[in-house]
Design a protein around this ligand. Structure first.
Ligand code: IVH
Length: 629
């Protein structure tokens, strides 16, 4: 069955275009993921152990970001093309596949003694083709496509093959799953000893195998170098790739390693850090924090970004929403650089239909309906009601958290549950939990309640620093809590301090001082302290009798570097702050660095820091949280 190579000729071959479901010869598995050199090293270690070898040869090739396809050739003829589907069963889209020039309708497999072969690959659209297509559609007043991958996947499932032919699709092949001679004996391993050879064979037969792209690596170090090189130049590659695929080259070893129900043990994907993707903003929810601050959170159509699914993103405050002109229903570009929290980069205005809703920031607390307030110069609207249920729950969650009283067994969901059941109405109730009743609750039982009891008992003597931090007073982070805990014999003593006294302490500014003052002068706070004392919580400090203060700041002995654009201050300013607090600034990323604060658009410094385990990468938010004022 030979035809001219024009798409229309190819289309003419098939008539009906229903997509019957067919089972794959062998399941189309996913790949395990890796994100850094360490992941790759442990992949290598595991393999060496399993096959009892000292060294393994790998291949590295692009992970094409398209849509998977399985091609079966019988007696040299393309017999069927099937989508990945759920991995076990896919849709037969043979007629559509036949319109792709890079999928030969026939190939001379019999010259290699192969009677039946299954080949897997990826259908995708070249970046330039995709862009040109979108430009054309835009000019014609048609809707543009959001991204190349979905366009390719959608195109392969078009009912009309002549439409498929117009999309400029290409198919890379990267795997031979099955190849037998007329007697049904496998031609793999014996005739085709390596993965590299199998792709060479396909290439010879007229397939688009990534021979230019594939690299043989004699050890995992070479693999690491290769994937990193590719990551740095991925933009220059004409197709969308979201990582590299590392495979054990020897097919005999592949067979020995086998697969889990999810992925082959002989291959792993190395995922690049996702730059950005687009998705739709479905709604905005408003969360009430423990200090009453209202945080708008964008609810998104779930989107894959840097190996995780993102479905909600904080959009900070009202001003941020206005600045970016974020509307409900908008298509938004979201970004996640490394470990940094995902952000909305911008709105795609061209995608607006006119049905988007301008955001009306609430005037009242979404929980207790109290009218919100916003002091001059502050970004956040706040619920001023200290009895607001959300605030109370958030306060309790903070109080029991790891860096505060660290009460294991009392996590977020338990606090929420006990609050709803009426067992917890505030922080002090934590020390008056009705344990016998709790034992009756589903999923709790005697053992976990007894553990909880012990953890609560232990929390009573965690010390002033943790306790003060746990109280969740605004602007009192861990550093400030430490400073004050050293100053008093009893936490209640702070109630008699005045502002000057506080500001006289190193690293304590007027904002912190005022906040502490406000908190201690509130009768609710005094009641809480009295209740805690009555419950046996130790409010006594460790003030040294000599009264000697630390001469250095909370960051003394630590090294810092700022990169990218910070939202709340300049990098210089941030650096000066760190220095005032006793920290040292470094100019480059090395193993000497303790903290890298990565702002928006952080680049090579962040990438470098991610490769050094001892460097802790902080978001601006996390950095601010560490500051005493
Ligand atoms: S090998 C058993 N190689 O990535 C064979 N897959 O996330 C496993 N993919 O389902 C596949 N480029 O659709 C392989 N060079 C490549 C690939 C590749 C893209 C896709 C494939 C797979 C998915 C796993």
């Amino acid at each position: 069955l030979k035809t001219a190579d024009s798409p229309s000729e190819r289309v003419a071959i098939g008539l009906s275009n229903e997509f019957p479901s067919v089972a794959h010869i062998a399941p189309m598995l996913s790949l395990g993921n890796s994100y850094n050199a360490e992941d790759l090293k442990s992949f290598d270690e595991k393999i060496k152990k399993l096959v009892e070898r000292d060294s393994i040869e790998y291949t590295v090739e692009p992970k094409f970001d398209g849509t998977g396809i399985s091609l079966v050739y019988l007696q040299n003829q393309l017999d069927r093309a099937v989508t990945r589907g759920d991995g076990a069963v896919g849709e037969q889209i043979t007629n559509n596949a036949k319109t792709l020039k890079s999928i030969p309708l026939s190939a001379d497999f019999s010259s290699k003694n192969i009677d039946a072969i299954e080949i897997r690959g990826e259908v995708l659209i070249r970046k330039s083709t995709f862009e040109a297509m979108n430009k054309r559609r835009e000019a014609a007043g048609e809707k543009t496509f959001a991204n190349a991958r979905n366009t390719a996947a959608g195109a392969m499932r078009q009912k009309d093959p002549s439409e498929v032919a117009k999309r400029g699709l290409e198919a890379f092949v990267y795997y031979v799953g099955h190849a037998v001679d007329t007697a049904g004996d496998s031609q793999l391993i014996g005739e085709i000893p390596t993965h590299h050879k199998s792709l060479e064979l396909l290439y010879e037969m007229g397939f688009k195998a990534p021979m230019q792209e594939i690299t043989k690596c004699s050890d995992i170090e070479a693999v690491i170098k290769c994937v990193e090189d590719w990551e740095s130049k991925r933009e220059d590659y004409p197709y969308e790739i979201d990582g590299m695929v590392v495979k054990v080259n020897e097919l005999a070893l592949q067979e020995q390693l086998g697969a889990t129900s999810h992925h082959p043990r002989w291959a792993i994907a190395f995922k690049f850090k996702a730059k950005e993707t687009t998705t739709r903003l479905l709604d905005i929810e408003y969360q009430v924090g423990r200090t009453g601050a209202i945080t708008p959170v964008a609810k998104l159509e779930p989107a894959a970004l840097a190996g995780v699914t993102v479905s909600s993103i904080s959009i900070h405050n009202e001003e941020y929403i206005q600045e970016k002109d974020i509307r409900i229903g908008d298509t938004v570009v979201i970004e996640r650089a490394g470990d940094v929290i995902p952000q909305i980069v911008r709105v795609v205005e061209a995608a607006r239909t006119g049905k988007e809703q301008v955001v009306a920031f609430p005037k009242n607390c979404p929980d207790c309906s109290t009218e919100l307030t916003r002091p001059e110069g502050e970004a956040a609207w706040r619920c001023p009601n200290r009895a607001c249920p959300s605030q109370i729950v958030e306060c309790m969650i903070h109080f029991v958290s790891r860096d505060a009283l660290d009460i294991e067994g009392l996590g977020k969901s338990q606090v929420q549950r006990f609050y709803e059941l009426g067992h917890l109405k505030g922080i002090a109730d934590i020390f008056a939990l009705p344990f016998e009743e709790l034992e009756q609750l589903e999923g709790l039982g005697k053992r976990s309640v007894s553990k909880l009891k012990k953890a609560i008992e232990a929390s009573k003597t965690k010390g002033l620093e943790k306790l003060l931090y746990g109280l969740g007073i605004r602007h009192v982070g861990k550093g400030t809590a430490k400073i004050f805990s050293k100053q008093v014999d009893d936490l209640r003593d702070l109630a008699s301090w005045d502002k000057e006294q506080m500001e006289a302490l190193e690293d304590v500014g007027p904002i912190v001082a005022q906040s502490i003052l406000d908190w201690f002068s509130d009768p609710l706070s005094q009641q809480l302290l009295a209740d805690l004392a009555a419950a046996g919580v130790n409010l006594k400090g460790t003030k040294s009798s000599s009264g000697a203060e630390e001469t250095t700041g909370i960051f003394s002995g630590t090294t810092w570097l700022f990169t990218g654009t910070l939202e709340n201050m300049g990098r210089k300013e941030a650096g000066a702050l760190v220095e005032t607090l006793g920290g040292k600034l470094l100019s480059g990323v090395s193993s000497k660095l303790n903290y890298l604060v990565a702002g928006a658009k952080a680049g090579s410094k962040l990438t470098k820091a991610q490769k050094i385990d001892s460097v802790e990468i902080l978001t601006e938010e996390a950095f601010l949280a560490m500051l005493p004022s």
